[in-house]
Design a protein around this ligand. Structure first.
Ligand SMILES: Cc1cc2nc3c(=O)[nH]c(=O)nc-3n(C[C@H](O)[C@H](O)[C@H](O)COP(=O)(O)OP(=O)(O)OC[C@H]3O[C@@H](n4cnc5c(N)ncnc54)[C@H](O)[C@@H]3O)c2cc1C
Length: 466
């Protein structure tokens, strides 16, 4: 049955509904490179319109797919027919309460814009996905996004106080509080962080803020041995310094970036580590000196501290150039965001080297070493069937290794469609069944973002890549 377009139009207005194949094509992708097409795309103006659309979906039994900026890496916002509901018109910051250090905002606000707005009040919203220039706060909550600063400041769920949301039945509820404390009933807010649009559509978000750090210092350290790099990282944290960032690049990554930039990176090194501390100006130089001493004691062959913004940008240049550098190795990649306890990083990277050899693939590892979140990029040309099949096997084996090491198959990107066949490996049959029961209780007609998390069909997954 076609969607009830005239009723959808009467809710959102003529100008806020797309139906032509060209327009639908624009909403058939996210950053996963999979492609699925909707029957319509609606741009509601507020929570009341979203609620009306979801009630209509229940009445006519069509699926709805919440979407922010479509920057997700696992196809979590992609439709299979039905109606995509884009939140970008709900883009107001409703309140910044500088005294209580909280803010209320709509889900379509861009993360980086929100950070800039609170900075004007001397405040700080730390979650910093690398996509913050274009991802939405609604998408960040739905994926529980995190970034380099997670090692010190945590991820989206650590700042989320409450939500207003439209349930899959169309009812509107408020979860959580505007206070730091609040223990009334089940913690629905925390359940929603990372729910990937399967349990409802957020229409207002309440977050806590913290005072902005006064200053920042940056240092890089070069290690010829990966174990020494990880020893240094653990020692720094044991020495009661919590850096705001600890980023690591392995040797294949260093070589790829050097080939791309030609800036004299140490291509013979096993690890390049970038460390940042932030806080009161008076303590930072002392902390940086202690970090430098620890790195040298652990075996760093070279350390370099930035003394100015220009030097800091130069130190970050290598880290920021990874994506374009990788594009020169192969036309495509599978970017996994596995996470292990940080002491296990050397074991993980050594196992990945063996996988690369076994399956004759180039695999580069880099990422947030402070919290053990290692982006594992399996480079491939999707048109090369043999390479694609080998990469698929390497992914499954990688997940097994990560779980053996006590880690998780996704630290940042979530499950969506891409990791759906593997979720049971981590949470187990009973764990997945408990999640299914929650989904069924809140969404008895399976209206809200179906086809995510609970789909185990790998053939369907394989055929969807472009
Ligand atoms: C270059 C690049 C770098 C990235 N770096 C990081 C990183 O460092 N850390 C990280 O965590 N992620 C990263 N990501 C992934 C992505 O940006 C995040 O997952 C982000 O939170 C998605 O936001 P979005 O607005 O694009 O959401 P979308 O991709 O549109 O949707 C993502 C999920 O959120 C749901 N959703 C969106 N809005 C709502 C709403 N209002 N209510 C309920 N559900 C909703 C969707 O249904 C879907 O399940 C990166 C992506 C790219 C392309």
């Amino acid at each position: 049955m076609p969607l009830p377009f005239s009723q959808i139009k009467s809710i959102v207005g003529d100008d806020n509904l797309l139906r032509s194949p060209e327009e639908l094509h624009c909403y058939s992708f996210d950053a996963s490179k999979m492609r699925f097409v909707a029957e319509g795309v609606a741009f509601p103006a507020d929570g009341a319109q979203i609620s009306a659309l979801v009630r209509l979906a229940n009445e006519h039994r069509f699926p709805v797919y919440p979407r922010g900026s479509g920057s997700g890496m696992v196809g979590a916002c992609l439709p299979q027919g039905g109606l995509v509901i884009v939140t970008n018109r709900l883009n107001r910051i409703l309140e910044i309460d500088a005294d209580n250090m909280t803010a209320v905002l709509e889900p379509g606000v861009i993360t980086g814009d929100f950070q800039k707005a609170v900075a004007k009040h001397g405040l700080f919203y730390p979650p910093d996905p690398a996509s913050l220039a274009f991802s939405t706060m609604g998408g960040n909550v739905a994926t529980c996004a995190g970034g380099p600063k997670a090692v010190k400041y945590g991820v989206t769920r650590d700042y989320l106080l409450g939500l207003e949301m439209v349930l899959p039945t169309g009812e509107v509820i408020r979860t959580g509080t505007r206070t730091m404390k609040g223990v009334v009933g089940y913690d629905m807010t925390r359940l929603m962080a990372g729910s990937e649009g399967t349990l409802g559509i957020f229409t207002k978000i309440v977050v806590r803020l913290i005072p902005a750090p006064e200053s920042v210092r940056t240092l890089t350290a070069v290690f010829s041995n990966l174990d020494c790099a990880v020893t240094a990282i653990c020692e720094i944290l044991r020495d009661r310094i919590i850096p705001s960032t600890i980023e690591l690049m392995d040797q294949p990554t260093i070589c790829a970036v050097e080939n791309h930039l030609r800036i004299g990176l140490p291509v013979e090194a096993e690890a390049l580590v970038l460390i940042e501390v932030d806080g009161p100006e008076v303590v930072l130089d002392g902390q940086l000196a202690r970090i430098e001493r620890i790195c040298q004691k652990a075996g760093a062959s070279r350390t370099e501290a930035a003394r100015s913004d220009e030097e800091r940008n130069r130190l970050w240049q290598a880290r920021r150039s990874i994506s374009p550098a990788l594009g020169q190795i192969r036309p495509g990649k599978i970017n996994e965001d596995v996470t292990v306890p940080r002491t296990k990083i050397p074991d993980l990277i050594r196992s990945i080297r063996s996988l690369a050899e076994k399956y004759d693939l180039t695999i580069v590892c880099f990422g947030h070493a402070g919290d053990g979140n290692i982006h594992t990029n399996i480079m491939l040309d999707r048109k090369d069937e043999s390479e694609r099949l080998r990469a698929g096997k390497a992914v499954e084996e990688l997940f097994g290794i990560v779980l053996e090491l006590g880690g998780t198959i996704s630290g940042e990107h979530g499950v969506g469609i891409a990791k759906s066949p593997f979720i049971e490996m981590e949470v187990g049959g009973a764990g997945l069944d408990a999640m299914r029961k929650i989904k069924r209780a809140l969404d008895p007609l399976n209206i809200m973002n179906p086809g995510k998390m609970f789909v185990s069909d790998r053939t369907f997954l394989e055929g969807s890549f472009v």
